[in-house]
Ligand binder design. Structure first.
Ligand code: NDP
Length: 249
């Protein structure tokens, strides 16, 4: 299979969902610094996606922007299938996620649905087509961005906690299915990270709960993803690394 769209100095291609902002953008930059080319998926923020693409190219790596809604099966397939005819990514980071917070008793069905469809539906829509060629290539890494909310449960986030806990189950099951093909599947569970997603959270209530006493940065999470994409993690699969300052142990 031809490895087009890949630079000669590249360690391979990594597909990152939700790569235009926050943790996804930091992950794209970090993986480019590690020597990977990037397929950067985003939903709507073209301006931010273009900024990240430029930074990746300035680091000497290639970046292909893939605008699609990962919660939409047909949209995801229509973009990914033709690309997969030509190239097999070495890795996938499923990072895209949204919150629609509110108490469960009052939660509209569409807010339950949208959160689940983006995180958990996105897992199926993006990974299902990519995992087959990765298995045929007999190498590869998958990293899923879960959350402390999926581990501890968070009041006001029953939808999000369910989606993120579901991803942990999916990581462990898929890790068992594809290990024989040398494809490793792990998760990262961030705590409170300073991004657009958390800008309205009142820090005075949350910081006292964090033993390290601060919010994490998107780069803190990207560092764990980088480790899980690298040589030093080649005997690690089916695991969840907590990047949470001690918030949940
Ligand atoms: P941001 O809101 O800052 O960024 C979200 C990213 O996901 C954007 O790039 C956005 O694209 C993209 N996105 C959203 N919906 C879709 C979709 N349907 N299809 C494709 N892309 C989509 O979030 P964070 O960086 O904070 O979060 C990243 C991940 O980390 C999420 O899964 C989140 O749940 C998880 N997480 C975050 C924590 C935190 O404290 N920030 C804590 C624990 C987990 P666009 O720019 O086009 O809108």
């Amino acid at each position: 299979m031809a490895l087009q769209n890949q630079n000669n100095n590249s360690k391979g291609i990594i597909l990152v969902t939700g790569g235009s902002r926050g943790i996804g953008a930091a992950t794209c930059r970090r993986l480019a610094r590690d020597g990977f080319d990037i397929w950067l998926n985003f939903h709507s923020n073209t301006e931010k996606a273009l900024e990240v693409k430029k930074e990746i190219e300035n680091l000497g790596q290639k970046c292909k922007l893939l605008q699609f809604d990962c919660s939409n099966f047909n949209e995801s397939q229509n973009i990914l299938e033709p690309l997969l005819e030509e190239s097999v990514p070495y890795g996938v980071v499923h990072n895209a996620g949204i919150t629609r917070d509110g108490i469960f008793a009052m939660m509209p069905q569409h807010e339950w649905q949208k959160v689940i469809e983006t995180s958990l539906g996105g897992f199926f829509n993006v990974l299902q087509p990519v995992i087959k060629p990765m298995m045929r290539a007999r190498k590869g890494r998958v990293v899923i961005i879960s959350s402390v909310s999926g581990q501890a449960g968070q009041a006001g986030q029953v939808n999000y906690s369910a989606a993120k806990a579901g991803l942990i189950g999916a990581v462990k099951a898929l890790a068992k299915e594809v290990a024989k093909r040398n494809v490793l599947v792990n998760g990262v569970a961030p705590g409170l990270i300073d991004t657009d997603m958390t800008k309205d959270i009142p820090l005075e209530h949350v910081l006292p709960l964090i033993p390290l006493g601060r919010q994490g940065t998107a780069d803190d999470v990207a560092g764990a993803v980088s480790f899980l994409m690298g040589e030093d993690s080649k005997y690690i699969t089916g695991q969840i690394i907590n990047v949470n300052g001690g918030l949940y142990m």
